[in-house]
Design a protein around this ligand. Structure first.
Ligand code: PMP
Length: 417
């Protein structure tokens, strides 16, 4: 169970001509470097474990950026995907196939509401679907939040509230007002009868696991209801069990959104997104308005059904709550000077540091065999699989103090960079 030590030994043993270096060299020669950071070349996964090309083992608390709901190579997904690809891999939306129908029915049942589902292949596309519905209301204006992330395609980017990602692509489509996240008054001031939709993440994931104050979603619902604007909840990161609820908004009593966008965990590792529209919001898209070749692909939808079935049959919502609490308490009780507090819900957690050293903490963690990521300079984000075991949580908590010490020592030491 001592992943951290195994990884350290193996990392030290890496040679200049390792398989990791070779894969990295080929990657540099063939792929666009759209993130600009050195990246670990990975070749195999099982459950919460990953292995790099040199055979070093890691405990995966990135989870494919909240995608690998059941971890890597879960038998239920392997079985569902294998069975589906062997019988009906793809037919296009010119025809009807069983898996997208079954998955849409299942999702609507989990939402407990009448609605319609539009399947696509990613979170950005799910948001594009909502954007298009907004346009079809005939109202010109949209409201989103500062720091919010909704994807990188042009419509989704227009709603994304992160200047660094938007600025190179201005002008962006749509008349969008961004308001401070978590502030109902700012929202009320921005939303008018010209506002087609308001899009909000129940927890801002990419912005560093930012949790709004209690009552924010409820206020957003009241404000949008008063102007007849659609409330779009972007649950691409928070949905499908990530926070210990099927959908995070269900933890906020009485809030019923008009549209929910999903992706990431929904496909358990296959590309699958969904725009789910309820009530009158489901009436705007008419035949001819929107479409996609791959959306609703039977194999991706079979994987989606396996994810939902397994969350239910293995009681994973409870596991998420248990493991999330254990992680939060375990981290906060370390009393480490670099840790301010832990925020988030279920297994979407942000360790808020007392100094902006998250990128260094991410590297130190990787060197110790733990994969985490740093969405903000002072936030280390944890998004392990929903079926993570207690032992794996213990391994993480056992290795974390050493990781944090390394960061503090390097920073304080005279040889620091
Ligand atoms: N919305 C949210 C809330 C997200 O977190 C993300 C991805 N991080 C997206 C949309 C975009 O998803 P994708 O990368 O699949 O396009």
């Amino acid at each position: 169970a001592n992943t951290a030590n195994t990884a350290n030994t193996a990392n030290t043993a890496n040679t200049a001509n390792s398989a990791n270096d070779e894969l990295t060299r080929r990657w540099q020669g063939a792929l666009m470097d759209n993130y600009g950071t050195p990246r670990l070349p990975l070749v195999r996964g099982a459950g919460t474990r990953l292995w790099d090309a040199d055979g070093t083992e890691y405990l995966d608390f990135v989870g494919g950026i909240a995608v690998n709901a059941l971890g890597h190579a879960h038998p239920a997904i392997v079985e569902a995907v294998s069975r589906q690809i062997a019988s009906l891999g793809h037919v296009s939306n010119l025809f009807v196939a069983e898996p997208p129908v079954a998955l849409a029915e299942r999702l609507l049942q989990l939402f407990g509401r009448e609605g319609r589902v539009y399947f696509c292949n990613s979170g950005a596309e799910a948001v594009e679907g909502a954007f298009k519905i907004g346009r079809l209301t005939g109202r010109p204006h949209m409201v989103a939040t500062d720091g919010g992330f909704h994807g990188r395609t042009m419509g989704a980017l227009s709603l994304t509230g992160q200047p660094g990602k938007r600025d190179p692509f201005l002008p962006l489509p749509g008349d969008v007002t961004h308001v401070p996240y978590g502030d109902p008054q700012a929202l009320a001031a921005a939303v008018t009868e010209d506002t087609a939709l308001v899009v909000i993440e129940p927890i801002q994931g990419e912005n560093g696991v930012v949790v709004p104050p209690p009552g924010y979603l409820k206020a957003a619902r009241a404000i949008t209801a008063a102007t007849g604007s659609l409330l779009v909840l972007d649950e691409v990161q928070t949905g499908v069990g990530r926070t210990g609820h099927w959908f995070e908004y269900q933890a906020h009593e009485g809030v019923l959104p008009d549209i929910v966008t999903l992706a990431k965990g929904l496909g358990g590792g296959l590309p699958l997104g969904a725009t789910v529209a309820f009530g009158r919001a489901a009436q705007f898209l008419k035949p001819g308005h929107h479409g996609t070749t791959f959306g609703g692909n039977p194999v991706a939808c079979a994987a989606g059904l396996a994810v939902l079935d397994t969350i239910e049959s293995e009681g994973l919502l409870e596991n998420v709550k248990r493991a999330g609490e254990k992680l939060r308490e375990g981290i906060e009780s370390l009393g480490h000077p670099l840790v301010d507090h832990v925020r988030g819900s279920g297994l979407l957690l942000g360790i808020v540091l007392t100094e902006p050293l998250a990128p260094r903490a991410q590297q130190a963690a990787q060197d110790a065999g733990l994969l985490v990521n740093a969405p903000a300079p002072d936030v280390v984000r944890l998004m392990p699989p929903l079926n993570i075991t207690e032992d794996e949580v213990d391994t993480f908590l056992g290795a974390l103090p050493g990781v944090l010490d390394t960061v503090t020592d390097r920073t304080n030491g005279s040889n620091g960079d």
